[in-house]
Structure formats: structure tokens, C-alpha cells
Design a protein around this ligand. Structure first.
Ligand SMILES: Cc1cc2nc3c(=O)[nH]c(=O)nc-3n(C[C@H](O)[C@H](O)[C@H](O)COP(=O)(O)OP(=O)(O)OC[C@H]3O[C@@H](n4cnc5c(N)ncnc54)[C@H](O)[C@@H]3O)c2cc1C
Length: 375
């Protein structure tokens, strides 16, 4: 059976690993990605704040040596979900089962003034380029702002504000700086009231200005002001934005997306037979985060395994995930959260504590070991 997996991020890597572990050479798995390696989302913040060098967080796809798996480094140019045919820069691939895990693309140019006068910190290039900028920042008004919904990893802007506080304090320029956080959400983590309460308390303690239910609409470069959707203006010396997210163009052109993203329920099946979609590329109802993409990939793996064995392939995702959240000051928390299908999400906070750093580290090393076959 030919399985073609588009995208080697959280979703694609987890699915590939599970199928290879189960069937080895008995399956013909092709994993396609245009990048040469994987970087965890949270590692972008580590590099940006100078906690680790960029080379240390890059996991080359060339290291993937798994039975039954062929990695193809190439850009996907078209997807025909009816024929289950994919055209790439390096050839055409036909699938018995196709899984789309292409994530969300970022579009900084969609926010006027952002490319000219601000910085986005959500792409690898954007976050890495910020490291020397932060190092030479003399202090001043720092604005961290989200431009639209949905956006990946909703806790990340809050973490960024808290890590910025630590960074400026360490550089002894916190007292001549302000930090403003602009978020489209009414509370930092809406499905987890206890996490939101602790975050709001910590923002207040550290003098971080919290602007809820607002988005950044444009930047006026000459005046160095950020304009928000309610008309308010925030002056800035350093602006860090979460850029607009959109479905990859190749997915938009494939007919798989509706209202911006690929609609799937918790079976992760698209409306096309034997075409699945997982993770950020979907509108499945969980936030756009790696842990959810991974959980969804696990369910697709279970369905494919059942099908190959001639069993009922009726497994469904449970909407559960655990997200790590840095509170700064050496403390980390875990938000244990479930998004029941069509129901009300609920999450609880574990920590924050210094001990949970080891937990988060293990989260990364465990995945690197499984996905890339090394420690
Ligand atoms: C600053 C930051 C911090 C984060 N922290 C966390 C965290 O702590 N925990 C967490 O769970 N999540 C976190 N995230 C979110 C997480 O990174 C994403 O939600 C997750 O990677 C989504 O997984 P995915 O498999 O859907 O897509 P991705 O991991 O984005 O993978 C998609 C892949 O598709 C490839 N691709 C796209 N288009 C093409 C094409 N046309 N041709 C070929 N290849 C293509 C890309 O190169 C990419 O490798 C964070 C994100 C950011 C930005």
C-alpha cells in the first residue's frame, strides 16, 4: 500500500514514525517536505532570546532512516485529492492513502508596515534574525502583538512577553523599557481559567501591559506606532508580531480547503475518500499546536494500521493535549487541556515550577529520538 504524507512537521513525523514502527518495509511510505530539517516551535524562542544557538535546534531530515520510508525533499506544487496524486518539483506521486500535514503559512506582508518597520517572530528566519536585534536593543517601548486569528500556539505571545521581561532585566534595561502585549483573546488562555488567572497576576507583577480582545491592524513606520483594531495607537521602539496565518497556497488551489482551512472532524477524514488531513492545515477545532497535530496523526496511524489488518478503522481523536508554558523567572507550567468534539474545552494548570523544565526537555528529546532515531 502506498502512503504519501505531505509535510514533515509534528503531524507528518509522528505518522511516519508510527507506521514504520508497525509495518516496516511492508508499507511504501513517502514523506515529502520542502525544508531540509525540523525545528520545534518553542526552540524559536530559545534562539531568539540567545539561550541556544540556531544550529542546536535544527534536526535534519537526512537523519530519517526508517524501514519502508522514503523522505523526498521537494516543494509540493499541486494536489489532486480525487486522484490522490501529488506533483512536486521532483516528480509525481500517486497514493492509495494521502495525508495532508502541510501546516499553516505565515503572511507578514498582509499587515501594512510590518515588513518595513516590525519583526515577525513565528517563522524560523524571523525568530533567528531577532537574536542580534534583541542583543543590541538599547531599551524602549516593546510591543508584542497578534495580527489575526487563528494563530499557532496561543500561549506563545504570553511566553514571549514574560521571557522579554527576563531578557531586558538581565541586560539591565528593563527600567527604561515598557512591554505591551496585544492579543485577540479576552483572556490569555480562555479554556483554562486558572492558567489565565496566574498569567494575569504575573503580567501585573512584572509591569506587562495587557491589551485583550485586540489585534494589530497596521504599523505606521514614519511615526513608529502600532495601530490596533479599536483605533488605539501604541508607540514602539521594537515591535514583535505574530503574522497572519493562512492555508498553504497549494492546499487552497487543491479544492480541499473551505473557509480558509481543511474541514475535518475527529476522524481526520476529508470529504475525499482516503485523503486525511491533520494539524494546523485543518479547522478541526483544536488550537494550532504541535501536540494536537501529533495526537491527530496518531489517530490517522491507528486507522491505517486497522485498515491494513482488515479491522474496523473507526478510531477518533479525543482532543487532548499537554502544552508547556514558560512563566519566566526559571518557572514552567503545563496546561493539560481537552477539546471535546463540538463541546466546551477545559484545561488545568500544573505548576509552574522549576522542576518542569526537565519535563519539557524530555518532551523534545523523546520526539527527536523517535522521529530521527537519535538522542
Ligand atoms: C513561537 C512558537 C512556539 C510554539 N510552541 C509550541 C509548543 O510549545 N507546543 C506545541 O505543541 N506547539 C507549539 N507551537 C506550534 C507548533 O509549532 C505548530 O502548531 C506545529 O508545528 C503544527 O504541526 P503541523 O504538523 O500541523 O505543521 P508543521 O509542523 O508546520 O509542518 C508543516 C510542514 O509542511 C511543510 N510544507 C508546507 N508547505 C509545503 C509545500 N508546499 N511543499 C512541501 N512542504 C511544505 C513545511 O516545511 C513544514 O515542515 C509553537 C509555534 C511557534 C511559532
Amino acid at each position: 500500500m502506498r502512503i504519501v504524507i505531505l509535510g514533515a512537521g509534528f503531524g507528518g513525523l509522528e505518522l511516519t514514525t508510527r507506521l514504520s514502527a508497525e509495518f516496516g518495509e511492508a508499507l511504501d511510505i513517502t514523506l515529502i517536505d520542502r525544508s531540509d530539517g525540523f525545528v520545534f516551535g518553542f526552540a524559536k524562542l530559545d534562539v531568539m532570546f540567545g539561550r541556544t544557538p540556531a544550529a542546536a535546534v535544527h534536526h535534519p531530515y537526512a537523519d530519517i532512516v526508517k524501514p519502508g520510508v522514503r523522505f523526498v525533499r521537494s516543494a509540493v506544487r499541486s494536489i489532486d485529492p480525487e486522484q490522490r496524486r501529488v506533483v512536486t518539483d521532483d516528480g509525481t506521486f500517486d497514493a492509495d492513502i494521502m495525508v495532508v500535514a502541510l501546516g499553516a503559512d505565515l503572511d507578514p506582508a498582509a499587515t501594512p508596515g510590518l515588513v518595513e518597520a516590525g519583526h515577525e517572530f513565528y517563522s524560523e528566519a524571523g525568530a533567528f534574525a531577532l537574536q542580534p536585534v534583541l542583543d543590541s536593543f538599547p531599551g524602549g517601548h516593546v510591543v508584542i502583538a497578534v495580527t489575526s486569528t487563528p494563530f499557532k500556539c496561543p500561549p506563545a505571545p504570553s511566553e514571549t512577553a514574560l521571557l522579554m521581561h527576563d531578557f531586558l532585566t538581565r541586560r539591565q534595561i528593563r527600567d527604561r523599557s515598557t512591554i505591551s502585549l496585544v492579543m485577540p483573546l479576552p483572556r490569555p488562555i480562555p479554556p483554562s481559567p486558572d492558567t489565565s488567572a496566574v498569567l494575569l497576576e504575573v503580567f501585573a507583577e512584572r509591569g506587562i501591559d495587557w491589551h485583550p480582545s485586540r489585534t494589530l491592524t497596521q504599523i505606521v513606520p514614519d511615526r513608529k506606532v502600532a495601530q490596533l483594531d479599536d483605533g488605539a495607537e501604541l508607540p514602539f521602539d521594537l515591535l514583535l508580531a505574530v503574522p497572519r496565518h493562512r492555508v498553504p497556497q497549494v492546499v487552497a488551489e487543491s479544492g480541499l480547503a473551505e473557509d480558509g482551512w481543511i474541514p475535518v472532524d475527529y476522524t481526520l477524514r476529508t470529504r475525499f475518500p482516503d485523503v486525511f488531513a491533520v494539524g494546523d492545515v485543518t479547522s478541526v477545532g483544536t488550537p494550532k499546536a504541535g501536540v494536537f497535530a501529533e495526537g491527530q496523526a496518531t489517530v490517522v496511524a491507528e486507522q491505517i494500521i486497522a485498515r491494513v489488518r482488515g479491522q474496523a478503522a473507526d478510531q477518533e481523536y479525543d482532543g487532548h493535549g499537554v502544552c508547556y508554558l514558560e512563566f519566566g523567572d526559571g518557572r514552567i507550567g503545563k496546561v493539560d487541556i481537552t477539546f471535546p468534539y463540538g463541546g466546551t474545552p477545559a484545561g488545568r494548570l500544573i505548576g509552574p515550577s522549576a522542576e518542569l523544565f526537565a519535563d519539557k526537555k524530555e518532551f523534545g528529546t523523546d520526539r527527536v529520538a523517535r522521529w530521527f532515531g537519535r538522542g
